[in-house]
Design a protein around this ligand. Structure first.
Ligand SMILES: CC(C)(COP(=O)(O)OP(=O)(O)OC[C@H]1O[C@@H](n2cnc3c(N)ncnc32)[C@H](O)[C@@H]1OP(=O)(O)O)[C@@H](O)C(=O)NCCC(=O)NCCS
Length: 144
């Protein structure tokens, strides 16, 4: 498996994975495509044999970074792909001068929280009814 930056030709696959992984609020093809216009955004894919196993994106503004999305194809979960993507996003944040990384996670998403805790994130506070279906989110952060 290798990690590399998003290319424009990955966007269709990523948008299909967004629909499968985040059926309530997927990033649309247009939103993903517009990420190329932002200097602050970096997207990463984990690829093996030409297949995209997972992806993640991060926005770095001054000394603060926000992880925008992370997802792994269902059949490849539990094999370290998510950890590799988060590790790469944290590396990008450091290289771009961030001192702190934030992310938001649904309070029901214990699997993702485990991944973030293992990657050094801590819960900071909850936001009530943050998602369109009324679920709360937990904001997590990691000092770099
Ligand atoms: C969250 C997600 C990205 C994790 O990806 P992954 O490749 O399975 O992660 P890893 O294999 O690197 O696992 C990292 C840790 O997560 C936790 N984890 C992974 N799968 C788990 C499961 N099925 N149940 C509980 N914890 C799990 C474990 O703590 C694991 O560490 P371990 O392998 O030392 O036990 C993946 O489950 C996913 O795409 N989920 C749907 C999209 C999503 O919820 N994204 C996050 C939005 S905030």
């Amino acid at each position: 498996m290798k990690l590399r930056g998003w290319k424009y030709e990955d966007i269709l696959t990523i948008s299909e994975m967004e629909k499968a992984c985040f059926p309530l609020e997927p990033w649309s093809f247009a939103a993903l495509a517009s990420s190329f216009a932002s200097d602050a955004f970096s997207g990463v894919v984990a690829e093996d044999g030409g297949e995209i196993l997972g992806y993640g994106g991060i926005t770095v503004a001054a000394d603060t970074a926000d992880i925008d999305n992370v997802a792994v194809r269902e059949e490849y979960r539990g094999g370290g792909v998510g950890t590799a993507i988060i590790t790469e996003l944290i590396k990008i944040a450091r290289e771009r001068g961030a001192k702190k990384v934030f992310l938001e996670v649904r309070v029901s998403n214990a699997t993702a929280m485990e991944l973030y805790i293992k990657s050094g994130f801590k819960g900071v506070y909850a936001r009530t009814r943050y998602y369109s279906d009324g679920e709360d989110c937990l904001v997590m952060s990691k000092e770099l």
